[in-house]
Design a protein around this ligand. Sequence first.
Ligand SMILES: Nc1ncnc2c1ncn2[C@@H]1O[C@H](COP(=O)(O)OP(=O)(O)O)[C@@H](O)[C@H]1O
Ligand SMILES: [Mg+2]
Length: 231
Amino acid sequence: MLELDNIHSYYGKSHVLEGVSLHVDAGELVTLLGRNGAGKTTTLKSIMGLVDTRRGHITFEGHDVTGQQPFHIARRGVALVPEHRGIFSILTVEENLKISVRRGSRWQLEDIYQWFPRLKERRRNSGNALSGGEQQMLAIARALLNDPRILLLDEPTEGLAPVIIDEIVKILAAIRKEGLPVLLVEQNLRVCEAVADRHYILEQGQVVYHGSADDFQADPSIRDRYLALSA
Ligand SMILES: Nc1ncnc2c1ncn2[C@@H]1O[C@H](COP(=O)(O)OP(=O)(O)O)[C@@H](O)[C@H]1O
Ligand SMILES: [Mg+2]
């Protein structure tokens, strides 16, 4: 449903993605792994039309969206939850959620409170009173209320305590069970292995590995070779 075919993306003269191809099929949760600076965020930004993609094609649900304006791509149902969360800190949790509700969305406020009981507890708190984990939950919740057709998540567990990471993992598993496709950028292998159907590894703007969750787990040499991380 989402396909990147040999894309080359640039910041000015800086050639960052050098022929990235990947795809996310209906109902899949796919991770994009790789060291800092590999080009993971740039890949998500390319999908959203936020960086200059000069070669290759990005197709979403059969439409070529390469080079389209970000708002067109968002309107097709591509939702990015960026690394730095972008919570409106002057609003309460509930106000933040209410401004994101879309009429006819498959997810409404009550559904969100069921999935994120912590947000319900905190609904009268202002955004800037939230912990990092709660802000991340609020950012994901807001994206869901917009009724996306695919969710792009950039390092949702970065810097969070293990107990909060477990909550995010549960939410990711619930999203996957609902059949909403997800492209997840993540450095925490435990999170990836808990929820993903397939993995891609990016290195210096190129895909250097692609495999099913089972293949990846069965061959620990892959993570030694490409990732400066442990499970
Ligand atoms: N706005 C920018 N302008 C110029 N170069 C950038 C910009 N953002 C990222 N880069 C460069 O692009 C490369 C990939 O960055 P990024 O996609 O953020 O990596 P990752 O998300 O995998 O850590 C890095 O070398 C980074 O320095
Ligand atoms: Mg990044």
